[in-house]
Structures are given as C-alpha cells and as structure tokens.
Design a protein around this ligand. Structure first.
Ligand code: GDG
Length: 468
C-alpha cells in the first residue's frame, strides 16, 4: 500500500474555525480520504534555528509541522512568495517587489523543508507538493536521493512566458518544475502557458504529441486537474447551518430584503474594489433596489505584513464607506463589510441564504467559493452566481452569469439580472453547474492526481535520478 505525503507551505490543524484558504481546504479533504502525512509550516516563527518537526495524528492523518526563522519568513513567505511570485503569476506587475535576498531565502527554506521531510519518508510514499512556495522542493529532494514519485500542483494561475520572463530566475524555475514526475494545473490556459515556457527553454520538440514533456531521458506529465469541492459535505454543512444561531440572526436582520454575498480572503486579486464600485453603479442605475437589497462581503484578513495588502484594505474601507455614506438609511446599510473569519459551515449556511453569490476576481487559479456557492444552494429555489471570466472556475461553470470584473457597469447590470431572474432560469443554470461540480468533485481531483503519480512508479529509479 502506498502512502500519500502532501507538502505545503502552511498546514492548518483541523479546527472548526480554521483559517480561510483554498489550498488548505483542498489538501485536507484529499488527505481525509486517503490518510497519510501532511508536512509544512505550522504558523510559528522563531529566532533560532528550527528543530525537528512536531507530529500530531488526527483522524488518520499525521500532521508534521515545522517552525520558520522570523527572518526567513519575512524574506521567503512575505517576500519571494507573496511579493514576487503571487503578483507575477496573477499578472499584477505593479504589486511585484523583487530583490535577490528574497530569492536566496526561497532556496534556503525549500532546502530546509526537504532536509526535515527526508527522515519522515517511507519507501512506499507518493509525494505531492503544493503550490508556488515550494517549486524547488522536488529538485532538492532528488538531490538528497529521494527516488519516489514526485508530483506538484499549482493552485494559482501559471503565467505565459512573456510575463514569466520578468522573473530573473525564470529559467531555473521552469527547470525546477521539470524535476517532478507529474505537474498539475487548474486549467487548460495554465497548461498552455507552461508549454510556452517549456518551448522557450527546451524547444518545441520537447513537448511530445501525447502532451508529455521530454527532459533528457525522462518524460514529465503536465496536465490539467481542476480542483473541486466536497459537494455532499458542503450541502450538509449548508443545510444544517441554516438553523444555526449566526445564520438565523443574519437572515432575520435582512427583514425580507434580497441578499447578495461575497466571500473572499482580503486580497487584491479578488477584485473587491471593482466589485464595490459595480454595486454602487447597480444602486445608481437601478434605484428601485435602494433599501431592498443588502450586500454582505466577508473578507477575512490575509498576509497582513505585506504592503499591498495594507493598501487594499484601506481602499476597501474607503469604498464601502463612500457607498454606505451616500445610500444608507436609518434602517438599512447597503454594504456590510466584515473583515472576519467564520467557521466554514456558517459560511456555507450564509451562501445558501443568498439570492446572489458574487465572485469577481481579477484573476484566480480556480476559486472554490464559486463552487461552494453552487453546492450550497437549494436546487428547488437556487441563488444566482455572478462569476468573473478571469477565474479558473469559469471554464467549468459556464452557466453562471459570466462577467468581466473590470467592466463595473456590466457587473452592476449582471447584479440586476441576477436579482430579477425567473425561477425556471435559475433552476436550469444551477442544475447544469451542480452536475459539473458533482462530476469533478474533490474526491475525483485527488484520485486523478494520485493515479497519475502512481503510474509514474513504473519509471526506473535510475532514470528518475538522471533528473537530479
Ligand atoms: C487558492 C487559489 C484556488 C473563506 N473565508 C473563510 C473561509 N474561506 C474558505 C472558502 C474557500 C477557501 O477559503 C478559499 O478558496 P478560494 O479558492 O476561493 O481562494 P484562495 O484562498 O485564494 O485559494 C484559488 C484554491 O487555492 C484551491 O486550489 O481555487 O484560485 O488562489 O473554501 O470557503 N473558511 C473559513 N473561514 C472564513 O472566514 N473557515
């Protein structure tokens, strides 16, 4: 029997009020199904050299957490990961702040992850590395002699070569990716962008007719594995939470008004400033809605040490204040803007209570909230999803009201369309989306990726080692 080992920058130990984040939601659902080991940073920073991992076992999953030195955390996590790779991969060059010291810390932390993981590995492990924080990890593990199958999944978009070339070490990054046996992307667009990088680095012939990539004597599988949600679990959570105290109080406070909801980590890629201004256009253009619609935006804070996140927070407070100042009445607030974290089941209950779910990122790898909104609805009387065509999820959820998030007038119009959509059309659009997310749920995402990794076991360790 093989064991699944997931590695990600940050681990969240299972708690009901776990921190938001799509990666953690995806990895945890995957591991709960298969059991195995989850290795990563536990969230603590210290001043001395970190020791061995701490181990905790919960519900068949072993959690191995390590600490990070404060300085490395600043340079590697806040710095290279979130001030260089995150903006670059989301096509926000304006938010990018590069320096070579961060790049050294990225390599150093990846090496330290590999060295601390090594003693925990067993001969039958399948190793699945997650996201942009850990791209070099596969190469370092191979250098340390690991011969087991190695997979990598990128949760965020992959940029086209012309954008990627902005990164000084872009060629090394592409080469690092080829040390994995399986590389997974969210959408066909991301895969095509990766191919543009491989063509640039290794030449057109490196991409074989079956899509595999030839790297010396080895072949690497690069494929699309769109992440999904646990549809049954979301449906149960949402239905049960409808009777919870928090959701009932929220619902009662609407006093019969229609509800539009947004749930996003507070991040500039999520398009919240543009969304607030779209909502303002909606109130201006369709004044019959003034006093009749409430918009609740839940936006738990994230990456609070990074400058761009401080700036976006200020802009949003101003934007919400402007709209509320202009339209609010003694008994009605147009936008309720909450920088709070809620337990997941409460959020699912709120999604189910909403007439409209608004998900308008300026760019997003997938966006699980869009899929959760669909799963949480009552199929007999479903709410309407407004979805950015720049989110990976738009490829699958094609019967949502698709919008360009920059076109704030068009988004305002979509809100009006959603608020007045007849029941038959709502049901039809929702049924089509539900079918898609059921077919491609979190279990099938995990199964497909693990099967792809298992298939690479046939490759002889000698050939694999050639990549090291
Ligand atoms: C990255 C990629 C990709 C939100 N607020 C709370 C909370 N959440 C949960 C949501 C959802 C998850 O966090 C957010 O996932 P998203 O996919 O929407 O966004 P990212 O965090 O940016 O995720 C993204 C994802 O990875 C997976 O591959 O889809 O494109 O950027 O599940 O419900 N959870 C709790 N409290 C909150 O206040 N407990």
């Amino acid at each position: 029997m093989t064991r699944l080992v997931c590695v990600s920058n940050r681990i969240s130990l299972p708690r009901r009020s776990s921190a938001p984040g799509g990666l953690a939601v995806g990895v945890l659902s995957a591991l709960k199904r298969t059991g195995g080991l989850w290795f990563g940073w536990g969230g603590e920073t210290i001043d001395q050299e970190p020791g061995d991992p701490d181990l905790h076992i919960r519900e068949g999953v072993t959690y191995a957490t390590i600490d990070l030195r404060q300085r490395d955390f600043e340079l590697y996590y806040n710095g290279y990961a979130n001030e260089v790779l995150w903006p670059l991969f989301h096509y926000f060059l304006k938010g990018m702040r590069y320096n070579a010291e961060q790049s050294d810390a990225y390599e150093r932390v990846n090496r330290s992850f590999a060295e601390k993981l090594l003693p925990l590995l067993q001969p039958n492990d399948l190793i699945w590395v997650h996201d942009y924080h850990l791209i070099p990890l596969g190469r370092v593990l191979r250098q340390l002699g690991v011969q087991r199958p190695l997979g990598f999944f990128l949760h965020i978009p992959f940029p086209n070569i012309e954008m990627l070339r902005v990164l000084p070490a872009y060629a090394e990054m592409l080469r690092d990716l080829t040390h994995y046996d399986v590389i997974g992307f969210q959408t066909q667009n991301d895969l095509a962008a990766f191919h543009s990088g491989i063509e640039h680095l290794l030449g057109r012939d490196a991409i074989r007719a079956d899509g595999r990539i030839r790297v010396g004597e080895r072949t690497v599988r690069a494929e699309v594995f769109p992440i999904g949600v646990d549809v049954n679990a979301v449906q149960t959570e949402a239905t049960e939470a409808m009777t919870s105290d928090v959701v009932r109080r929220m619902y009662d406070s609407l006093m019969g008004r229609q509800l539009m909801i947004g749930v996003d980590r507070l991040d500039y890629s999520k398009g919240l400033v543009e969304r607030f201004s779209a909502y303002q256009h909606f109130l201006e253009t369709y004044p019959q809605n003034v006093g009749r619609v409430t918009y609740i935006q839940i936006a738990p804070l994230s990456r609070t040490d990074v400058r761009a996140y401080v700036e976006i927070r200020q802009s949003l407070e101003q934007a919400a204040g402007r709209t509320n100042g202009r339209f609010a009445d003694t008994d009605w607030t147009p936008i309720r803007y909450l920088n709070r974290n809620f337990p997941h089941h409460v959020l699912m209950g709120m999604l189910r209570s909403s007439h409209v779910g608004i998900v308008t990122p300026l760019r997003d790898g997938m966006n699980l909230v869009a899929k959760e909104f669909v799963a949480a609805q009552n199929p007999e009387d479903p709410g309407v999803l407004i979805l950015s065509n720049l989110a990976g999820a738009a490829r699958e959820l094609s019967t949502a009201l698709l919008v360009n998030p920059y076109d704030t007038y068009a988004v305002g119009h979509a809100i009006q369309t959603a608020m007045s959509m007849p029941l038959a059309e709502r049901r039809e659009r929702h049924a089509a989306m539900l079918q898609v997310i059921k077919r491609n749920d979190i279990a099938s995402w995990t199964r497909r990726f693990v099967e792809a990794l298992e298939r690479t076991e046939a490759v002889s360790p000698k050939v694999r080692a050639l990549g090291a």
